[in-house]
Design a protein around this ligand. Structure first.
Ligand code: PNS
Length: 161
């Protein structure tokens, strides 16, 4: 079956930055399990079902990518998938403190699980789900930063507000 890695996040919504990390991860590991947090600490714009559907549509032509959701502790979920690797993308310095804290806490909770960080491609250095939502809310052009399905769903969401 090969080595599978868990790629967790809120994915509210998935961006091209996420897709880039996912595809680069597939050059190292055999499969990636995208794990969408059911109740992330943040209030999400999209429901869990909407977030899952956008990811499924965006990766429909990629092999060895699985999409799932989880509730509760990430380390418990990772263990339930019979793997021991979490992958996280890392952008500028601003990500570092949060990622460092989270990976150390996860390590404290279960030291069999390893977190690996992958630096983002320079193309996605300045983008995040949050800043893309902000731009989309006020009608900014976000094409090219997110998969087409996400572009469409963001437009629908903000057109109805
Ligand atoms: O995309 P995000 O919002 O940066 O992802 C954060 C996420 C979902 C990976 C993180 O909040 C998480 O793992 N939540 C589940 C609860 C948990 O295990 N927290 C970390 C240790 S307390």
């Amino acid at each position: 079956m090969g080595k599978m890695v868990v790629y967790p996040g809120s994915f509210d919504p998935i961006t091209n930055g996420h897709i880039s990390i996912l595809r680069r991860t597939l050059t190292i590991f055999d499969s990636v399990n995208v794990a969408v947090a059911e109740n992330p600490m943040k209030n999400t714009l999209f429901s869990l079902e909407e977030r899952l559907a956008m990811i499924r549509e965006s990766i429909k032509n990629d092999n060895n990518v699985y999409v799932d959701s989880f509730d509760g502790l990430l380390v418990d979920y990772v263990e339930s998938k019979n793997t021991n690797v979490i992958i996280r993308g890392m952008r500028a310095l601003s990500d570092f403190e949060y990622e460092f804290q989270m990976s150390l806490m996860n390590r404290k909770l279960n030291n069999k699980i390893q977190t690996i960080f992958m630096m983002t491609d320079y193309k996605w250095f300045y983008t995040s789900s949050t800043i893309i939502k902000e731009a989309a809310r006020y009608g900014g052009a976000i094409r090219g930063l997110v998969p087409d399905i996400v572009c469409q769903k963001l437009k629908e969401k903000f057109d109805h507000q």
